[in-house]
Design a protein around this ligand. Structure first.
Ligand code: NAP
Length: 488
């Protein structure tokens, strides 16, 4: 690779006035081999972006009508002759049928857009296979992460990154420029050995969500079983009362807030553990264990699942009075009251408790919605670091404190009522308080000036036990030596 190549950044400085302005790329003729869904969408997008397009098909007469009139549809060999950059919109299985074109393709850039049906389906990536079939061509892997639909829907679509890799810097730069003119954001993924990784990306199913989803399901299962035993099994065994009707709504609705609340605390617990580790070792340069690293990386997904459960809890709660069981119980209570000639069942404390916990719950849900919205890439990208950290860290922590108030006002004095201990099991809300209260307590300790200052110094690079020699001039102008911590 020449020094000149290194001097040209792949993605940076593409202003219209810049040296590599977008205008020259827009006038190029681009070839597309294949006339399927991807080729058609690609051709439409290229034409709309100001490129001349020539499509190479085995049957141009039949396929011409499917393309915009501005695109020329011709035989494969004819199309290839007219351009130096050719998108190969053909499946890997059919690459070998293009070998007849090897001579006309020599010296040209081939863009491999293909995907596989399984992760690591072949030993070598499709792009490497294409390069082995056409050694006289320069192959660039790219555009495979973009669907035919995204190509047609244009700049409105949120996912606009085009991952590109090649062993040839100049070819990669040209393809990146084309992607940029088409309205996409090219991302340099390095040399051809990355092609396999790029080809696997569209086949991965929510890779960052696996652990958080399993965590949420695990918590849901544990709390659901616990609530089932307390609310359904206990009255059935002890009082022969059939309360199985509670399973679909009531048990689920007491489980969802438990999961939401604990998940929210699990967003902040790894930060507490990381800070404790830094305080304990007196450095920020010691690597966290892998499990803590993984946990820190999944906080966004854990937070979003917490919001999801909280939102479901709100909807389930709103539906509670709609149920027939609720109406029957209400009428039953009214009849009992009439028989007993009770005029009022108003309990002031209960009324206040409910007013407060519902209001606090709504505020907590509002804050969680704000956290969820600001974690969307489009919103997060519009915030500076301080704004993002204020919302995610400060407001998030306030949401945890308010959720704790919601839980405490909901539980009220039930923890001290022995009738609430079914099969000696404490009320569910007492269990959910464990992790969040630990997090809140730790945060309070970390905010104490002596601890906070030490943590700040560590995060700015100070290390325990690392001293540097320093030399100070004395009042007489002589120099005295001593020791101090490295960054004091
Ligand atoms: P498609 O609709 O089946 O089109 C494939 C095209 O390949 C055919 O229209 C055909 O055009 C051409 N072809 C050339 N030689 C062939 C042969 N021997 N046998 C059969 N067809 C042959 O497929 P597609 O969805 O456009 O996908 C094309 C490539 O783009 C694939 O590698 C795919 O992985 C990739 N891709 C597609 C999408 C998407 O959303 N569809 C997204 C990313 C990547 P002629 O008959 O005119 O020669």
């Amino acid at each position: 690779m020449s020094g000149g190549d290194m001097a040209k950044p792949l993605l940076g400085h593409r202003s219209v006035e810049g040296e590599h302005s977008v205008t020259p790329a827009a006038g190029r003729t681009i070839g597309v081999l294949g006339s399927g869904d991807f080729a058609r969408s690609l051709a439409i997008r290229l034409v709309c972006s100001g490129f001349k397009v020539v499509v190479g098909s085995r049957n141009p007469k039949r396929k011409a009508g499917l393309f915009p009139s501005a695109a020329e549809v011709t035989f494969q060999a004819e199309a290839v002759k007219k351009t130096d950059i050719i998108f190969v919109a053909v499946f890997r299985e059919h690459y070998s049928t293009l070998c007849d074109l090897a001579d006309v393709l020599a010296g040209k850039i081939l863009v491999d857009v293909s995907n596989n049906t399984e992760i690591n389906h072949h030993k070598e990536s499709n792009a490497e296979y294409l390069a082995s079939l056409f050694p006289a061509c320069t192959v660039v892997k790219g555009f495979n992460v973009i669907s035919a639909w995204t190509l047609q829907s244009g700049a409105r679509d949120g996912n606009k990154q085009v991952l590109i890799c090649s062993n040839n810097q100049e070819a990669k730069r040209i393809v990146a420029e084309i992607a940029q003119v088409m309205g996409f954001t090219p991302v340099d993924m390095g040399c051809m050995s990355s092609a396999c990784e790029i080809e696997n990306i569209p086949l991965r199913l929510l890779p960052a969500w696996k652990i958080p989803i399993f965590l949420a399901l695990g918590l849901f299962l544990c709390f659901f079983t616990y609530n089932l035993v307390r609310q359904v099994i206990h009255p059935y065994i002890r009082e022969q009362k059939n309360k199985f009707y509670k399973i679909p709504i009531e048990v689920v609705n007491t489980t969802l807030p438990c999961v939401a609340y604990v998940m929210l605390s699990l967003v902040y617990l790894p930060g507490v553990l990381a800070a404790s580790s830094q305080l304990y070792y007196g450095t920020k340069y010691r690597r966290f264990p892998d499990w803590l690293d993984q946990w820190l990386q999944h906080r966004k997904q854990i937070g979003l699942l917490s919001f999801f459960c909280a939102a479901l809890h709100a909807v389930y709660s709103l539906c509670l009075p709609m149920r027939r069981s609720h109406r029957y119980l209400l009428i039953e209570t009214a009849v009992k009251q009439a028989v007993e000639k009770k005029m009022s069942i108003w309990i002031e404390e209960e009324v206040w408790r409910m007013e407060i916990y519902i209001s606090v719950g709504i505020i907590a849900l509002g804050l969680l919605s704000l956290l969820a919205i600001t974690s969307l890439p489009s919103i997060a990208n519009s915030l500076n670091w301080r704004e993002f950290s204020f919302v995610q860290s400060t407001l998030g922590f306030i949401a945890l404190v308010i959720s704790t108030l919601h839980t405490l006002t909901y539980g009220w004095s039930r923890a001290f009522d022995e009738n609430q201990y079914k099969f000696y099991l404490p009320p569910t809300y007492t269990l959910t308080l464990l992790v969040p209260c630990t997090v809140i307590l730790a945060k309070v300790v970390f905010s104490l000036p002596c601890v906070h200052q030490r943590l700040l110094r560590i995060r700015r690079g100070w290390e325990k036990g690392r001293y540097v020699k320093f030399v100070l001039p004395s009042a007489t102008g002589e120099y005295s030596s001593g020791e101090t911590s490295s960054n004091v």
